[in-house]
Design a protein around this ligand. Structure first.
Ligand code: IPM
Ligand code: MN
Length: 385
């Protein structure tokens, strides 16, 4: 049988994105050769703030065209560079250089669901003192195309002084419907919340005040009627942040408008062991862009110390998505092989980057980015295929 080939657009971007993405690719290739039957056509392009400093563009026409029109999936590192004075590199319109790659792809490819699993692996430190890996396993689904990220913003300058700034927050029935449906469908595929095994979707909003959130919640309820077996749960975003710290085990699937989802997924990252552990998939009906939640972290760049696991898990999410989309069991198998190997390396606790060497793991000598990846690959290669 001919191997199935997936075309992957690889955009390492800036800073530690350039260090973790190559590691994610090494792991993908290793898992693919273990499973067999799948080939990758990987095309890598430069993009982001550093590329902009060099060329005056955020990415090349070819990179943009390949990502938008040809690739089966995109694997993105991180965007964001600083100049020699330590200032963020920005475009003439004041957006971050790289904005049109990361946010541009979300908007132009209609990647309406930003799927961010918050799972604490065994052997990973969480700042929540009385919680373990048995308590933290939820997925936050962030609306990804509208809300406060709608490109309807502006600044009024009066007499040379920045005087007034407006960011328009747009929530539409269409935008809310597609992401909330995605959340209910996700709950159907999961095993429920850690605390009671119940399938539950929590709508996190600010509907006590904001009209957009009221529409979001209306849609949540309307669609919820189609999913009678899923428990509906509600939280205002401010209150949710304290509940998530006190009883994370209650949460199964969480859905939120864009900017709230941005904020609460960093909190999610923290309780799952830090942003170095947090992967994301930007998913639409026709495209998927996978990335670690963390940024480019310029101050850690070039030291071979960044945790590659978020990027590696993003690669695993990419294979799962490709597998479901193309009804390809081998792609799903690759995803599982990667996740299991990551879980084993973390459980064994011998090799880990500095961010995970705290609490009862503080005596472990930190490993490098490359050493952690090597260990994951070693586990993959030792698995029966
Ligand atoms: C994220 C990031 C981005 C966002 C930034 C880099 C624009 O924080 O993916 O969560 O705000 O969405
Ligand atoms: Mn963010």
């Amino acid at each position: 049988m001919m191997a199935r080939k997936y075309k992957i657009s690889v955009l390492p971007g800036d800073g530690i994105g350039r260090e973790v993405v190559p590691e994610a690719i090494r792991v993908l290739k290793s898992a693919a050769s273990q499973v067999g039957g799948i080939e990758f056509e990987i095309i890598e392009f430069e993009c982001g703030g550093e590329y902009y400093l060099k060329t005056g563009r955020e990415w090349s026409k070819e990179a943009e065209q390949f990502a938008k029109e040809e690739a089966d999936a995109v694997l993105l590192g991180a965007i964001g560079a600083v100049d020699s004075d330590g200032r963020d590199v920005r475009l003439p319109d004041n957006n971050l250089a790289g904005y049109n790659v990361v946010i541009g792809l979300r908007l132009s490819l209609e990647l309406y669901a930003n799927v961010r699993p918050v799972k604490l692996y065994e052997g990973v430190p969480t700042p929540l003192a009385d919680k373990t890996h048995k308590d933290i396993d939820m997925v936050i689904i962030r609306e990804n195309t509208e809300g406060l990220y709608t490109p309807a913003r502006g600044t009024l300058i009066r007499e040379g002084v920045k005087d007034t700034a407006v960011d328009l927050r747009v929530i539409t029935r269409k935008g809310a419907t597609r992401v909330i449906r995605y959340a209910y469908e996700t709950a159907l595929k999961r095993d429920g919340a850690p605390v009671d095994g119940k399938r539950r979707v929590t709508c996190v909003d600010k509907s006590n005040l904001l009209a957009g959130c009221q529409l979001f919640r209306d849609v949540f309820d309307e669609l919820g009627n189609e999913y009678p077996k899923i428990e509906r749960d509600y939280a205002y975003v401010d209150a949710w942040t304290q509940w998530a710290l006190k009883k994370p085990e209650f949460y199964d699937v969480v859905v939120a408008p864009n900017e709230f989802g941005d904020i609460i997924t960093d909190l999610g990252g923290a309780i799952q062991g830090g942003l170095g552990m947090a992967p994301a998939g930007n998913i639409g009906d026709h495209h998927g862009v996978f990335e670690p939640v963390h940024g480019s972290a310029p101050k850690h760049y070039g030291q071979n110390r960044a945790n590659p696991i978020a990027a590696i898990l993003a690669g695993s999410m990419m294979m799962d998505w490709l597998g479901i989309r193309h009804d390809d069991k081998k792609a799903i198998a690759i995803s599982n092989v990667i996740q299991n190997a990551v879980a084993e390396v973390l459980r064994e606790s011998r090799v880990r980057t500095y961010d995970l060497c705290i609490q009862q793991w503080s005596r472990i000598e930190p490993s490098t980015t490359v050493e952690v990846t090597d260990e994951i690959i070693k586990v993959i290669e030792s698995q029966e295929s």
